[in-house]
Design a protein around this ligand. Structure first.
Ligand code: ATP
Ligand code: MG
Length: 415
């Protein structure tokens, strides 16, 4: 009902303005989105005509819709809606908007003490996503960083993704039980930051992903950012390494600094071995300095105090300095996928493709394949079918594609 949604918007703004203890996270995501300004979400919230249109996804007649509601006023001059009687609007909404209240923590906060309504703030809270999952939240942080020359320059060192921009879900990555357990721990730690700070357990949230190319390290880091509703800052160490003396160290410091500014976030450092290699005696002093900076930066960041989860990834764990290795609370292996994982990747990848398949055979034939190679098999098979004008897949096409990819792998290893 359109009227109820308009009143929801107005009441949410009104109640949020009245109760300082309510936080941005309490406003439902769809409503939050329309209140973002350059400086984030600022009290007092005001509701304008274009905002209501945006929320309803329509352009016409919003003003007329509320004409019959005696407790709402529309000001033609500043295009602003206003509640003229809080009491009347509450009464009306308690009757018409109970479902909306259940999903809206700001409203539930107020209405849980309102007679005869069976709603709870805690329950409403369960369905809302934190503010840092909003694209708009990230945009306002970035634009603030851009407005300062020093931090603007830092932004150039990292790629920043909003969790909303990540297209695949955590469930679409085939992971082992152990891996999932570790990620669940991080999720819980993120929720219980205050408790961990209180009891002095702060060295959490630093993970090292190791494993051969194509085993899902990058994919998992991105999927985690989506699952945890955290923006992802991605940096490849090769890209911030400079031949100029001291520049690499400075860049490393800047990357960690930017993560602290964006917090909460997930900092993903790829190609980690690029700098953190074992220090050998013939290396340049600048390299040693870069490694030391990296060590110090890792020491000086943690989830509990800074709101930063650090994930580093490498294909060459043996190259890592043991001092670096020690600084991670968990090493997470991404080995060549087992039968179980290969089966899962096939299942997940084939789930939307019409056709019937013998997974046992596919799993057997792909021994030694990485996740990336299995994806390649499926892509090949799909394209080959399309070439014949067929929008489905057969077992035969997949088996042939496996043979193709195998040939390709052998070719590579013969050179
Ligand atoms: N366990 C997995 N589950 C689902 N997809 C996977 C898995 N492993 C790999 N893939 C797929 O393989 C491709 C490559 O994976 P990804 O880039 O994450 O590998 P990586 O371990 O980061 O490799 P590299 O070390 O080369 O950076 C992605 O398209 C991803 O979807
Ligand atoms: Mg990768």
């Amino acid at each position: 009902m359109v009227e109820a949604k308009i009143v929801e918007l107005l009441l949410t703004a009104e109640i949020y303005n009245r109760f300082e203890e309510l936080k941005e996270d309490d406003i439902p995501k769809e409503i939050r989105k329309i209140f973002y300004s350059r400086n984030g979400i600022q009290r007092p919230l005001v509701v304008k005509e274009d905002m209501v249109n945006e929320y309803l996804g329509s352009r016409d007649g919003v003003k007329n819709r509320v004409k019959n509601l005696p407790f709402i006023d529309f000001n033609e001059f500043n295009k602003q809606f206003k509640i003229t009687s809080f009491d009347l609007s509450l009464k009306w909404f308690a009757k018409k908007g109970e479902d909306l209240i259940r999903r809206n923590p700001v409203l539930a906060y107020y209405f849980q003490n309102y007679d005869s309504l069976n709603v709870s703030y805690e329950e409403a809270k369960k369905n809302t996503k934190p503010v840092q999952s909003d694209k708009e939240w990230l945009k306002s942080i970035i634009s603030e960083l851009e407005s300062n020359e020093e931090t603007a320059q830092m932004l150039g060192l990292v790629r920043i993704y909003s969790p909303e921009d990540i297209r695949f879900d955590f469930d679409e990555v085939a992971l082992t039980e152990e891996q999932i357990e570790e990620f669940t721990k991080i999720e819980v730690a993120l929720e219980k930051r205050d408790y961990l700070r209180k009891i002095g357990v702060i060295e959490v949230g630093k993970l090292l992903f190791i494993g051969p190319p194509g085993t899902g390290k990058t994919t998992t880091a991105k999927a985690l950012s989506k699952k945890l509703h955290l923006p992802l800052l991605e940096v490849k160490l090769s890209m911030i390494t400079s031949q100029y003396l001291g520049e690499t160290s400075k860049n490393i410091e800047k990357v960690f600094e930017i993560a602290k500014r964006v917090n909460p976030c997930l900092l993903f450092i790829d190609e980690f071995d690029y700098v953190a290699k074992t220090r050998t005696s013939d290396e340049h002093a600048a390299v040693k300095r870069a490694v030391n900076t990296l060590l110090k930066s890792i020491d000086e960041i943690n989830l509990v105090e800074d709101g930063v989860i650090l994930i580093a990834a490498t294909n060459h764990p043996s190259l890592l300095d043991s001092a670096v290795w020690r600084r991670f609370d968990k090493i997470i292996e991404f080995p060549e996928p087992s039968e179980l994982i290969r089966r899962r990747i096939f299942e997940l990848s084939l789930s939307k493709i019409p056709g019937s398949f013998d997974l046992d055979e596919l799993v057997k034939l792909t021994k030694g394949f990485t996740g990336a190679e299995i994806k390649l098999v499926i892509r090949e098979a799909v394209l080959n079918s399309l070439l014949e004008g067929i929008e489905e897949l057969t077992q035969e096409k997949l088996v042939n594609a496996i043979a193709d990819v195998k040939r390709r792998l052998n070719l590579k290893s013969s050179y």
